[in-house]
Design a protein around this ligand. Structure first.
Ligand SMILES: [Zn+2]
Length: 94
């Protein structure tokens, strides 16, 4: 499976992709992370990390990129991951 195919698959399953301390972090519905998906993510981990850390946001300078389901890479500071926001507290939406 190519990286693009993997990201498309994750999107179809409603999963977002982010990085935290050099690890790939996946968020999504329960049951979406099947063993075959985990295997593909592990195989593509270096490419995923590179995709999410290769440059800084032009607006805020952070490298907190993440990929929402059905979307392209976005900045986690300018466009916070709703899964994280929900956990942190009620999601400050500006
Ligand atoms: Zn930003």
């Amino acid at each position: 499976m190519t990286l693009e195919a993997l990201l498309a698959l994750l999107g179809r399953r409603g999963m977002s992709v982010a990085t935290a301390a050099g690890r790939v972090r996946l968020e999504g519905p329960a049951g979406a992370l099947t063993p075959d998906v985990l295997r593909e993510v592990a195989a593509h981990k270096p490419a995923i990390l590179a995709l999410l850390t290769d440059e800084a946001c032009w607006a805020c300078g952070s490298q907190a990129w993440w990929i929402p389901p059905h979307g392209r890479r976005v900045c986690g500071v300018c466009h916070p991951d709703p899964w994280t926001a929900r956990r942190d507290d009620g999601g400050a939406h500006s």
